[in-house]
Design a protein around this ligand. Structure first.
Ligand code: F6R
Length: 623
């Protein structure tokens, strides 16, 4: 949610910030804004509805100069106040002394406003509907007489309830202050210049050593002469004096940030899956009877093997991967495993404590609810483990140990390669535990490992044979309602297929375990409502086939995802999409791919913006 970029240095600050914002658009794209410091006491802002391209156009139209040594910018995902130029950041304090951009939610903004008004603040100070503007006024309200901005920020943030990553420009001096709590911020220090952003992506093309700020951290960046390194000092709200933070090297290639010739980021990421799944396996999937190598889990391994129960917490697509993880863990290790929506887990007083393992799954590693669920588990003495894609992210640091999915940067808002990365990591985890626990006989263990090794090539095969998927999508592009059904591990795949379709094409799609169909959803079946069956050749096949017959009997059009060579399908199935044969537990890694492509094609046919679906943003850092 919301992207933030700040720059202090010798280059054209406005251009660098706009370029950085364009890299962060996946975090929000309803409006954008920029403030450039021109010199002591002088700054200018430009704001626009829409994404960064609009901001650039607006700046040109207004003749807005991008030159300057200090700038801050923002790309917004609205929380308080509709998307509009008025609500776009930066927001300016009532006295014009600071300009501020913010990601997060100031939960007590109304209370802070009441307090300021009781002490004489005029309602005319407020020019927007945002909580962010209140924070800007609040910081200046807290500034002690003659005090520095740093003092004001410390005092003000001490009273703030909520989540924030903020960048504050001190208009008199051009100093920048950055601070975070529960929302990510990273800082990169280059040659005579400093970059601050919501994540490493806008920074890595300039510097590769990144400091991820901790909760409560405050950074002060003072610009100095053109050939001098800006002064950077780090503090923490909870500590006296300066603090130190280690920089980490982020290996990210700028090429990874482009569409690589594909029409959308999503399609690029779908097509990367043979490589990303292989990357997830590399060095971990060892040959023969040897154990799975999961170095990042060393500290948690004894706890995992002795776990009374494993709780998986996640949101959205990652939650679907978690449902598959439950099948894998319970089938292969016989350890009970529960899967919770992180947003439910954190508020339902869960029965969790020492002896339990809490496994948080997250692509971004920044999802507010997942992070809070993990914090709760830690407080209660459970062992935390992360399955995370973004290295150095909040959840990976909080967990302290886990498995990185190595899926690379995922920019398309609809998660695809991150999902297959998560499922692959969970297969490795369950297999590794089964080996250590002896719950899987040697033959079966080796067979499953050998089969896992073939999965990347099999995903490539699926991607080479997309004709039937595209035909199914084209035939049903105008359907308003869809049903997705599956049993066993194919039920979470059905859920994922329905989620992909609804989030990028805005068609209504529901997923159920196929066996549940008769208990209600069958009422939806009619000639205009396609039903997608995920029915690979597994133990559930016959049962799912009966459900499929029931849909056909009611004139419901059927799209069937089956294992290659499956010829038992009844006549009347409109579209048959085959995937290569694999082990039942690995089938989600193949069956989900046509569903990703189906959703993409329907959305493209409907002229939807696939990479930037309405109302969504990647990395949900507010609850
Ligand atoms: C759907 C999607 C979301 C995310 C969810 C969790 O395509 O991307 O449902 O899966 O917001 O995000 P992470 O995995 O970053 O915690």
């Amino acid at each position: 949610m919301c992207g933030i970029v700040g720059y202090v240095g010798h280059r054209e600050a406005g251009s660098i910030v706009i370029e950085g914002l364009s890299r962060l658009e996946y975090r929000g794209y309803d409006s954008a804004g920029l403030a450039v410091h021109r010199g002591p006491g002088v700054f200018e802002t430009v704001r626009s509805l829409g994404a960064t391209a609009e901001l650039t156009r607006q700046a040109k139209e207004e003749g807005f100069e991008l030159g300057g040594r200090v700038a801050i910018g923002h790309t917004r995902w609205a929380t308080h106040g509709a998307p509009s130029v008025r609500n776009a950041h930066p927001h300016i304090s009532y006295n014009g002394r600071i300009a501020l951009v913010h990601n997060g939610i100031i939960e007590n903004h109304a209370e802070l406003r009441r307090e300021m008004e009781a002490e004489g603040a005029s309602p005319s100070w407020w020019l927007s509907d945002t909580d962010t503007e209140t924070l800007a006024h609040w910081i200046e309200h807290c500034r002690p007489r003659g005090g520095s901005l740093l003092d004001a920020v410390r005092l003000a943030l001490g009273e703030v309830v909520g989540a924030y990553a903020v960048l504050i420009l001190d208009v008199p001096t051009g100093e920048l202050i950055a601070a975070r709590r529960s929302s990510p911020l990273a800082i990169g220090i280059g040659n005579f210049e400093v970059f601050i952003a919501s994540d490493a992506i806008p920074i890595v093309e300039h510097v590769q050593d990144i400091i991820y700020l901790d909760d409560g951290d405050i950074v002060q960046v003072e610009p100095r002469g053109a050939n001098e390194v800006p002064n950077v000092r780090l503090f923490n709200l909870a500590e006296e004096g300066q603090v130190e933070r280690q920089a980490v090297r982020v290996e990210l290639k700028v090429e990874e940030l482009g569409r690589g010739g594909h029409e959308t980021f999503m399609m690029k990421e779908v097509c990367e899956q043979p490589v990303t799944v292989r990357d997830c396996l590399r060095g971990r999937l060892t040959p023969g009877d040897s154990p799975i190598a999961l170095g990042g889990l060393e500290a948690a391994w004894p706890h995992l093997l002795r776990a009374r129960r494993i709780h998986i917490v996640a949101c959205g697509t990652s939650w679907h991967a978690g449902l598959i993880g439950k099948h894998l863990i319970e089938t292969l290790t016989r350890i009970p495993c529960e899967v919770d929506y992180a947003s439910e887990f954190r508020y339902r007083d869960p029965i969790v404590g020492p002896g339990d393992v809490v496994l948080a799954i997250s692509q971004s590693g920044e999802t507010a609810d997942t992070r809070a669920a993990l914090e709760l588990a830690l407080e209660r003495g459970a062992t935390p483990v992360g399955v995370v894609n973004v290295v150095g992210s909040s959840i990976s640091r909080l967990a302290g140990c886990g498995i990185y999915t190595r899926s690379g940067v995922e920019i398309g808002v609809a998660s695809t390669k991150a999902f297959t990365g998560q499922v692959t990591a969970l297969v490795l985890l369950a297999l590794g535990m089964a080996h250590s626990l002896g719950t899987l006989d040697r033959g079966a263990y080796e067979e499953l490992k050998a089969e896992l090794d073939t999965v990347p090539d099999k995903i490539a095969e699926v991607l080479e044979n997309l004709g039937p998927v595209l035909a199914a999508a084209d035939a049903h592009t105008s359907a308003r309602d869809w049903l997705f059904l599956g049993r066993g591990v194919s039920f979470p795949v059905a859920l994922e297929g329905a989620l992909k379709l609804k989030e990028i094409s805005y068609a209504h799609a529901e997923a159920y375990p196929a066996g549940e169909m008769k208990h209600g959803p069958i009422a939806l079946v009619e000639p205009t409502c396609p039903t997608v069956f995920v029915l690979p050749g597994d133990v559930h096949y016959e049962k799912s086939l009966s459900n499929l017959q029931e849909v056909l009997a009611r004139s419901g059009p059927v799209v069937a995802i089956v294992t290659r060579g499956n010829r038992e399908l009844p006549e009347g199935v409109g579209h048959v999409i085959e995937v290569p044969t694999t082990h039942e537990l690995l089938s989600p890694l193949l069956t989900v791919v046509p569903l990703q492509v189906l959703a993409h094609r329907v959305a493209s046919n409907r002229d939807c913006n696939v990479d930037r679906p309405r109302n969504l943003a990647k990395s949900v850092t507010v609850e």
